[in-house]
Design a protein around this ligand. Structure first.
Ligand SMILES: Nc1ncnc2c1ncn2[C@@H]1O[C@H](COP(=O)(O)OP(=O)(O)OP(=O)(O)O)[C@@H](O)[C@H]1O
Length: 265
């Protein structure tokens, strides 16, 4: 099934050439250390930046030759940060997700239904008429995800969607994303939480210094040696004593490598 394809796509000097095909109907994690290129990759896949070589193909069409409206119909994108200086209420912000589907002046009930359904899924009803400046960082992030839900695109590109959320909403949103994938969507998310990535993603792209160093199923990617090499931490796989599912135990930092700029905290 057509989703997103990178045909030897590069964004030099940040992303090295990469060829990857991501079908609809799955959750794909993008993992890697700070500065590895996760946000840049998502921005490339969203068409916010154009590849310096190769191409990004969405629904079998080259992304750069499509209109912004077509791109928004195909792709809902959540940035890493939603500023608190956006002069809109939660309702107005979520409504923006509908602009690629309907006229900006449409007042139809389908628009309101889509907005209210998305707001309800993110538990934001109480905050509907508050300005974004007056809600918390985690609530703003949930508003951003609600905007993606209202947009109803087959592809979701989410840059650290659980970064500011309490553990209830981390689990709630990851479970919902799995539900969206089961309905046929492609969900690509940058995520730092390795244990949750292992638990909720069907496949992972591992980036290091702008290059794909691994791409595959959880079992292929979450190998002790790879996790240690890329993240520079001790990690062990184990079987969950309650469910038997494979889990990752993240242990301590490994000693800094020679020449590696890694600050002590
Ligand atoms: N606008 C920019 N101009 C120049 N270099 C940039 C720009 N944005 C990011 N970079 C560089 O590109 C590299 C990748 O950045 P990117 O934000 O994609 O990493 P990331 O994996 O998302 O990091 P993090 O986990 O810290 O969010 C970094 O070395 C960064 O300094």
């Amino acid at each position: 099934m057509a989703g997103v394809r990178l045909d030897c796509a590069a964004y030099l000097p940040i992303l090295k050439p990469m060829s990857i095909a991501l079908d609809l109907g799955q959750v794909v994690g993008v993992i890697g250390p700070n500065g590895a290129g996760k946000s840049t990759l998502l921005r490339l896949m969203a068409g916010l930046i154009a590849p310096t070589s190769g191409q990004v193909v969405v629904a079998d069409l080259p992304l750069t030759s499509q209109s912004p409206r077509w791109r928004a119909q195909q792709i809902a994108y959540l940035p890493q940060f939603i500023g608190d200086d956006i002069p809109f209420t939660v309702r107005e912000f979520v409504e923006m997700g509908r602009y690629s589907r309907e006229s900006a002046f449409a007042q139809g009930s389908s628009r309101q239904e889509a907005v209210m359904a998305a707001v309800a899924q993110m538990g934001l009803e109480r905050l509907l008429d508050l300005p974004l400046a007056q809600i918390s960082g985690g609530e703003r992030q949930r508003a951003g995800i609600a905007r993606c839900l209202a947009q109803a695109s087959p592809v979701f590109l989410l840059d650290e969607p659980i970064a500011n959320l309490d553990v209830f909403y981390q689990l709630d949103i990851l479970s919902r994303l799995r539900g969206l994938a089961a309905d046929g969507r492609l969900i690509v998310l940058a995520i730092h939480h390795l244990e949750f990535a292992m638990r909720f993603c069907d496949a992972c792209i591992v980036l290091d210094h702008g290059a794909v160093v691994a791409f595959g199923s959880r079992d292929e990617v979450f190998q002790t040696e790879l996790v240690q090499r890329v993240f520079h931490i001790g990690a062990r796989r184990f079987a969950d004593p309650f469910t038997g599912d494979p889990r990752l135990s993240v242990m301590g930092c490994l000693p800094a490598k020679d020449g590696e700029e890694r600050e002590e905290s």
